[in-house]
Design a protein around this ligand. Sequence first.
Ligand code: GLU
Length: 289
Amino acid sequence: MPPVFRFAPSPNGFLHLGHAYSALLNFDRARETGGRLLLRIEDIDATRCRPEYETAIYEDLAWLGIAWERPVRRQSEHPADYRAALEKLSALGLVYPAFESRAEIAKLVAAREADGPWPRDPDGAPLYPGDAKSLSADERSQLIASGAPYALRLDMAAACRGAAGLSWNELGEGPDGERGSVPARPEVWGDVILARKETPTSYHLSVIVDDALQGVSEIVRGQDLFHATSVHRLLQVLLGLPEPTYRHHRLIRDEAGRKLSKSSRSTGLRALRAAGIAPARVRQLVGLD
Ligand code: GLU
């Protein structure tokens, strides 16, 4: 079976040189290996995603000379797939509703920090500090019946008990030079959010469901997602999904060494195109060729 690659942007802004690098690496790998290249639109966050950004993704990738298979999978069209995975995790007793608002969580963290630093995840966000896990079934149903908003969280301690000794095969490189067999440490993320009352999924859940459904065998993506792979491996094992290999790549940075953002105009692909830059030059700018 030919290897399957995917480029999976979120249409919440215009693509920049960092996306071009990731997309071109996927495209090149697919060509070198006789593999397939899929494009997936990760548009579960309805508040931030816009149709004009999705249209721009197609235009910018085509301008770069990248070809991808149709149809394109748009995550917003597949809530039932994510709900099925969530139900499976719930049936394993690994999911619980947590009712604190963001502001309440910030307050809880501040209170805990009075006794010393509260642990943070690899992205720098404090771990979930609440104790919703210990609410009784009655308390949960009452809160849900009252219409209170909630997040569905993974009981990380319980999930890890069933999946010790996890690792993944890293063909690229992590931020600290990790490669080869990398031990997964999902516990450093705490009780991650898998879904919300209004949104039946999250980044972590939808990405592993889609990669499995689409048969993605090699995941080529930026090092900013290296540590998230620990959560992805855990969810794959819990759900009995196949294990892809991973190839994390360096991030393209601006002159000041900062990670590019979708709002930085000078490195946006549209701006480069408007300035008369040729696609071949984009390859050079990101260090390919
Ligand atoms: N949608 C994610 C992003 O735009 C990428 C997801 C992935 O490659 O796993 O950052």
